[in-house]
Design a protein around this ligand. Sequence first.
Ligand code: NAD
Ligand code: MG
Length: 407
Amino acid sequence: MRQEGHPGREAVQGLAVLGATGSIGISTLKVAELHPGRFRVVALSAYERAEELRALCRTWRPALAAIHAPETAHWLAQSLADTGTEVLAGPTALERIVCDPRVTTVVCGIVGAAGLKSAWAAVAAGKRVLFANKEPLVMSGHLLMALARQSGAQLLPLDSEHNAVFQCLPQPRAGLAGAGVRRIVLTCSGGPFRNTPASEFATITPEQACAHPRWSMGRKISVDSATLMNKGLELIEACRLFEAAPAQIDVVIHPQSIIHSLVEYVDGSTLAQLGNPDMRTPIAHALAFPDRIEAGVTRLDLAAVGRLDFEVPDEDRFPCLRLARAAAVAGASAPTVLNAANEIAVEAFLARALPFAAIPQVIESVLEARPVVPAESIEAILEEDRMARECAHRVIGGHRAKGVVAC
Ligand code: NAD
Ligand code: MG
């Protein structure tokens, strides 16, 4: 994570917000709104929900907007004809946006592997790249870090745990060992089913899984938080971003979500970052780094919080954490397979085509079926992603054929 030669105190940052209609995108725009002299919104993108994107474009007047389907883009272009916003569509629209010279900072707020190509293009173009979209880091973080070293891109973590770790590490630094780090501890709220017996998992509905007790997020990450796969993906994300071995990362359940993660040093010191659970804090930190800016969040009142609790995660009830750690240890293509199988299983659960309890079973079956192969190019990773998705669909088909009923 380099910091020389990037927009800092004086320059107005030109923002491209990818996934602008999502939870991260909206939080980013709320922070930007507080600092009109510091950030200029150059580009906004969304997959669908064109009316929402149109409303954002009317407010922010970006030079560029992108939406997935060409026919929707046509409608959007007509309805923004008086604003000067150029509307793009199709597979290369996001790559064009991130390479635009007016864009200095790219906020990766797309969900899933779908964000990989645009994240890759932003890093290759040497931009300041703020990563919320963890799935591309899980799949190809080792390559993205190497690419950033070549291009001079600055990678900054938006995920609250990784942003917390970043804040607890010296900047710049030469590796974890050079900084005297013994281990990284990621905190985890435990999700909505922290105290639910495994016997009740079979009847969990998408509505229950998406009702997170602490964070308001998109549906996919909400389900990941409920299975603890989110923490599993974050474990791999931390290995990638901080160039750590899986054995250097621990997870602790912390239901209040006030401590966002910790770094333990060899002298016995442990540094933590605290704050109310609100993504605007890590977003403001990464947007302004190395400065600090107002985020618009409620201030932390520890006396009102009263107590902070910690417990060991239960990997019997939440096997996704164990599967993710195993994939991190296996390395190469295993994290891509884990991620792809999880995306397909979560999609099926949200479509009521797979029971909640079967999500880890599908992922485990796909991991067993796919051999671990090298992942040293983006093409190899994308091919493995495709094969793992096909495999996951077959496994889910097998579940349904056996008559396993979803809620
Ligand atoms: P969300 O579902 O609320 O929003 C996703 C955004 O991505 C939307 O704007 C959508 O239009 C766009 N999108 C979806 N599919 C796309 C595709 N195929 N191509 C292009 N754009 C697409 O999701 P979110 O909760 O904002 O999460 C976004 C990412 O940030 C995820 O990777 C998530 O794990 C990560 N993250 C989210 C939070 C949070 O609090 N929401 C916290 C940490 C990390
Ligand atoms: Mg997180």
